[in-house]
Design a protein around this ligand. Sequence first.
Ligand code: PLP
Length: 375
Amino acid sequence: DYVGSWGTAILGHAHPAVVKAVQEVAEHGLSFGAPTAGEVEIAMKICQHFPSIESVRLVSSGTEATMSAIRLARGATGRDKILKFEGCYHGHSDSLLVKAGSGALTFGMPSSPGVPKVMAQETLTATYNDIDSVTQIFEKYGHEIAAIIVEPIAGNMNCVLPLPGFLSGLREICDQYKSLLIVDEVMTGFRVDLNGAQKVYNIKPDITTLGKVIGGGMPIAAFGGRKDIMEQMSPAGSIYQAGTLSGNPIAVAAGLATLKEVEKPGFFTDLSAKTDYLMQGLLARSQAAKIPLSVNYMGGMFGIFFTDEPVVSHFAQVMNTDLPRFKKFFSAVLQQGIYMAPSAYEAGFISAAHTMQDLEKSLDIVEQVFSKFEK
Ligand code: PLP
């Protein structure tokens, strides 16, 4: 399984420590609608590992986290427009389902019916890894833009790494126009590094969103950031947000048990080494079979592209990859027991449960599959 619940299952499935934590907590009640000690503990862990998060609030899904972050940015700046990138996916709230990635892209509906035109008009879209496209939009609308929201590694149009200068360029533009920078680490948080992609790329967001790994397979997500901004949330401030099941004890227990595993020394070194082994193995086999292939990866996430372009860093390149070949590859490896994302526009994920033998077996299967491809 290289899907791992779309990046959530970093320890694999049914990790004993996670299952035990959930079972123990369940005996005491499922939800109280009030904060619990576990909730405070996980909040402190998040702040500890993400120094840009001075204050954090828990919610129940990545969609809720980004939706709330957008409302906070709009409320805090008094501006309505936001800027996102074509092919980036931030969940399915109205403001963010514009030129989206993930399933919206796979099923050919990147901008969904049902999103009111007035909402869609407030969402501007730029090109990922193209800072000029952002500058141009800011020159026109800069003082109306509440925030830029970005995936620090784009994981919903396959896997595209940020080019040097892209993320720092966004930071500078936000500072210049007094807009906020929302870094959506729902996928990358505790997935590419213990301190997120923001540590890897040395970028300081105003607001960060987290999800997936922090719940260990249970519904939990979070948004947090600068204290002066977070304090504007109700009840301390007037920007409203709430949730009956937010930070419920079961999800928190699964999340805490997961984070305790990923905090262990060497966890991310091992995970990254496995990803590297699989990706370099794939490249070697594709070269031997003369199948043009390109890969991107960081920590426990990766992307493979059937293309002869050596580096894939733009949405347009992703859209130009060989889709029929991907489909053939997907079906052939699935028949041999390998579960990849059923789309050329999704990232792949490695978990701590993958053994070197699993990876070796996967590479053997890929070698067989490639040998049957037409050149
Ligand atoms: N943000 C990013 C970067 C995501 O990858 C996703 C989901 O894939 C979301 C937000 C939405 O999270 P959820 O599916 O938990 O609502």
